[in-house]
Design a protein around this ligand. Sequence first.
Ligand code: HEC
Length: 170
Amino acid sequence: MKNFILGSLFTLFTLSLAGFSYLRLGFAEVRADIPISRWEASLLAPAVHASVRRHAPEIPNPFPATNENLIAGGKIYFTECSGCHGDFEPGKGGSANALVPSPPQFSSVGTGYTEAQLFWIAKHGIRHSGMFVNGRWDSDERLWQVAAFLKRMNSLPPAVREAVLAPTPK
Ligand code: HEC
């Protein structure tokens, strides 16, 4: 039993040292124009999703999905988000290829997150990625509106879609 414990501790120590050395000696790849390795992709994206699920409060959107709130959310989306996450038309407007990890193009992939999770991501941003901390400049109301819009981006009433695309009067 004693040998087993010592062996386990030694293995643990060796693995930690190997991991630490891998990072500190510069073996980790940081270039964004080289494809992400399979183990990196299989570890990191699920870790982000799990962290969002753990931390985001599960509360209903305090701003109901009225046409007015959806239009306001859409206007925010097209001013602050679409440059990275894309337009209504799949493949249009986003910078999917120039950022790693790449910003999901919501009109193509939709989102499995709840509105509370979308709000929480927009408010706090995502570390080590291009995802801004929008909470630094946007009120909670604006971020709930954009969350309501994002959740329904592909199933909006036509009048809302039209109003979102119409030029905003100055
Ligand atoms: C400068 C580019 C950029 C802008 C602008 C931006 N994002 Fe992001 N966003 C990203 C990147 C990059 C990721 C991917 C992060 C990751 O995979 O870890 C991301 C991820 C997300 C996610 C999580 C998606 C998922 O499936 O994990 C949500 C939700 C999101 N952004 C919402 C928004 C909203 C809402 C706005 C506008 C208020 C916005 N983003 C503006 C770059 C951006």
